[in-house]
Design a protein around this ligand. Structure first.
Ligand code: NAD
Length: 481
């Protein structure tokens, strides 16, 4: 299948590419299977050294520049492209250090006696042979490697199926991987769309999927038919609660970033804000002032990320249309900036008079929207925040430690930031189990991020052949007759 290569910063199509055909996915995975045996057998120290060569290559000026160019053309964002590459190098360093500090993980546990005389047991570990990583467009490099790095360290081979919406960086990465054969033989890339993704799910031993709820469900069903594990990181509609005793100025600063960074096109964007009535007017006033200050300093099209695709533009327009039709008040923004044909950029859009009957408060928008609703009591705020099919992350602002604790305990979200938002983008040591429709499977953060790629094997031993037969052998023991 042929795909268009588009630049969201110019609105222009810049070529086409062909997706990897399902039969070619099969032969790629066969070659990974062959290479994985040696990769796993080499041991964790050799694998960490291999990944260090890959990390050094990423830091090489020429490769770095090529990747930044490709990522910037894919996403229309230059600063975030730098951030993605430094995010990947720090992810590599973190996991490499973890592997050295926890090398014992790769050894079988010590032999343990059992309650039955002359029998012992031991737990060994081996790697899932080939993991399929299917990634989205919004942070295409980082989200392709966030699962790949720990899987490779665990001893797995990996096939990455990046998003067809942002393909250029993957062309460069393919070349880079080929220049580091120790990693490039066990980590391969198959470009393409849904069909290529399906071909991956049909052939791997486990799948890590990051993307929308709708596609995640299809991947989960397909994986279930093959009885392979599926680790799913899906969409969200993250809520923030601001209590009257919070530092409103600081809450506004962080939430303006949390709602509009990358034009709201991050899974952990804050997409709805609940503010206690006593400080609601102050919150709206401060937010409006900050937005206007930003806009007056430089044109929005210079600092706001473009909306990635026409499909995403259609979602944004439908959420705005629905909100307006139901009486929402668009306090700032809410229309497209003057930009070249095909380029879609929107200023931070502060929206009031909203309710949960509007799609802007219930469905993932992936837009620079800041919809704000007042509340009176803590239980009302928790009820509103939990009134969602999503459970990705949330944020709570208060100066009272007991309120923060009570509310974070009550929120149905897999990560909660206190007095800030989106902290899972920077802090990765704490595991978070997916909740509601925002995911399934084991955490990609914390130690689980690596352990989920290691299978346990129980090795159970009868100590000596001359020992008496155990009691469960049928009628074999004369004493039982
Ligand atoms: P998407 O679900 O449309 O696509 C994700 C990937 O799945 C792409 O590579 C696509 O080609 C592939 N795909 C499509 N159909 C497939 C099929 N039938 N079988 C296998 N693969 C298939 O998502 P998107 O639009 O690229 O990304 C945006 C979504 O990702 C948002 O919902 C966002 O919240 C979510 N996301 C979640 C996280 C997280 O960590 N929870 C992180 C980033 C993005």
């Amino acid at each position: 299948m042929r795909f268009l290569i588009r630049n969201p910063r110019t609105g222009q199509a810049e070529g086409t590419f062909d997706g990897t055909a399902p039969e070619d996915v099969g032969s790629l995975i066969q070659s990974i299977r062959r290479a994985q045996i040696e990769w796993e057998g080499a041991g964790v120290v050799a694998r960490a050294k291999g990944l260090q060569i890959f990390a050094d290559r990423l830091n090489d000026k020429v490769w770095r520049e090529k990747l930044i160019e490709a990522l910037s053309a894919d996403t229309g964002r230059r600063t975030e492209s730098f951030t993605e590459i430094s995010g990947l190098t720090s992810t590599l360093q973190r996991w490499i250090s973890y592997a050295f500090e926890n090398a014992g993980l790769w050894q079988a546990e010590s032999v343990m006696p059992t309650a039955i005389p002359n029998f012992t047991q031991q737990c060994a570990r081996d790697a899932v042979p080939v993991v399929g990583v299917i990634s989205p467009w919004n942070f295409p490099l980082l989200l392709s490697f966030v699962d790949t790095v720990p899987a490779l360290l665990a001893g797995c081979g990996v096939i990455i199926k990046p998003s067809e919406v942002t393909p250029r960086w993957a062309f460069v990465m393919k070349e880079l991987l080929e220049s580091v054969p120790v990693v490039g033989t066990v980590c391969r890339i198959a470009e393409g769309g849904a069909q290529t993704g399906e071909a991956v799910v049909d052939r791997v031993d486990a799948v890590c999927f990051t993307g929308s709820v709708g596609v995640g469900r299809k991947v989960a069903v397909r994986a279930a038919e093959r009885l392979i594990p599926a680790h799913l990181e899906l969409g969200g509609k993250d809520a923030a609660i601001v209590f009257a005793d919070a530092d409103v100025e600081s809450a506004v600063r962080s939430l303006l970033w949390g709602c509009t960074a990358n034009a709201g096109q991050s899974c952990l964007s804050i997409e709805r804000i609940y503010v206690q009535s006593d400080v609601y007017p102050q919150f709206i006033h401060t937010m409006r002032e900050k937005i206007e200050g930003l806009i007056s300093r430089s044109p929005v099209i210079e600092w706001m990320a473009p909306v990635i695709s026409p499909a995403q533009v259609a979602v944004i327009e439908s959420h705005l249309r629905d909100a307006r039709a139901q009486g929402a008040c668009i306090e700032t923004g809410g229309c497209w900036e003057d930009a070249p044909q095909g380029v879609n950029i929107m200023a931070p859009t502060l929206i009031t008079q909203v309710h949960h009957g509007m799609s802007i408060m219930s469905e993932e928008s992936f837009a620079p929207f800041i919809p704000v609703m007042p509340f009176k009591t803590e239980s009302e705020a928790v009820g509103l925040a939990n009134d969602s099919r999503y459970g990705l992350s949330a944020a709570v602002y208060s100066s009272d430690a007991t309120t923060l604790k009570r509310v974070s305990d009550a929120l149905e979200a897999s990560a909660v930031s206190l007095n800030d938002c989106g902290l899972t983008a920077f802090l990765h040591q704490c595991a978070k189990s997916p909740r509601k429709e925002s995911g399934a499977g084991l955490s990609r953060m914390g130690a689980d991020g690596l352990l989920r790629f290691m299978r346990k094997k129980a090795v159970l031993k009868k100590s000596a052949a001359e020992q008496a037969d155990p009691w469960w052998y049928p009628l074999s023991s004369p004493s039982r007759n």
